[in-house]
Design a protein around this ligand. Structure first.
Ligand code: IPD
Ligand code: CA
Ligand code: CA
Ligand code: CA
Length: 268
């Protein structure tokens, strides 16, 4: 994608993200019409759906040839990553949104022929915008984020992960995970994959490890993290597929390799 188009799309996307954030804030104290999806804890509200529709309307009016991959099903059905694709999670951290009315984000990535060009993650209540354009660095609001510290050692690292890793699971021997957790400094669980990617980019988490994420959870984060030298792979160190769910790891390249080694050892 040439720089002129990238700059134009970034400006539009940023403006729409801020507008969507305002819409969410204006309506978040109305009844949220909470439904469940795959299970009783997989929540969706009217504002997840309305926010997604807001973006799709803007994108299709301005760029009818662009495609949209988004969580709530109002986007396009994609079979490939050809063309320009907006990958959107209208509210990432819906459980936080419902229970806490904070700690949720809008996540928007723009990909061209499978390559991440733009990433925007907006912490709506924190009024904090993480953003990046490919090759131009990553930012938190106006401030450029520093490259990740490659010298950091695993035993001094804080890793974003949730309790499922300590329960029996389909991917990794959970006793190996319990052992692994004893070797690191600590874990944090924030409940928004997009924010956890942003925190890795910011250097306040050293890695983030998760069993199953969809393309809209990670599209923006991949671009932002890459701009500070972070790498996103599956938990075994293999590339992620942007058309399916993946178990995901994001970290600096050294930590990433070390964690992948542990994961390969504990792999079921
Ligand atoms: C979820 C959040 C959560 C992660 C889940 C995601 P949603 O996204 O990012 O932190 O653990 O796997 O599905 O449904 O709130 O957009
Ligand atoms: Ca969801
Ligand atoms: Ca999500
Ligand atoms: Ca969502």
């Amino acid at each position: 994608m040439d720089k002129t188009l990238r700059d134009e799309l970034f400006q539009k996307a940023k403006q729409w993200v801020y507008e969507a954030g305002e819409l969410i804030k204006e309506r978040m104290n109305e009844p949220l019409s909470i439904d469940t999806k795959s299970n009783a804890n997989d929540l969706v509200t009217i504002l997840d759906k309305e926010t997604e529709k807001f973006f799709i309307k803007k994108i299709k009016a301005n760029y009818p040839e662009h495609l949209v991959l988004s969580e709530e099903g109002f986007g396009d059905k994609l079979k490939s990553l050809d063309g320009i694709i907006w990958i959107i999670d209208p509210i990432d951290g819906t459980m936080n949104f419902v229970h806490q009315k904070r700690n949720f984000a809008i996540s928007l990535g723009i990909y061209c022929e499978g390559i991440g060009e733009i990433g925007i993650i907006y912490d709506v209540m924190g009024n904090c915008l993480y953003h990046a354009k490919k090759g131009e660095g990553a930012y938190k609001n106006e401030k450029q984020l520093a490259p990740l510290k490659e010298k950091l050692v695993l035993k001094e690292s804080i890793i974003g992960m949730n309790h499922y890793w300590l329960c029996e699971n389909r991917l990794i021997d959970h006793q190996d995970m319990q052992q692994f957790i004893r070797t690191i400094r600590g874990v944090r669980t924030y409940g928004s994959a997009a924010l956890e990617f942003a925190y890795v980019a910011e250097g306040i988490l050293d890695a983030y490890l998760t069993m199953k994420l969809s393309p809209w959870d990670i599209a923006a984060g991949i671009v932002i993290v890459q701009e500070v030298g972070g790498v996103t792979t599956d938990i075994f160190g293999q590339p992620v597929n942007m058309l399916t769910d993946n178990p995901v790891m994001v970290a600096n390249s050294v930590i990433s390799e070390q964690i992948a080694t542990v994961m390969r050892k504990g792999k079921k």
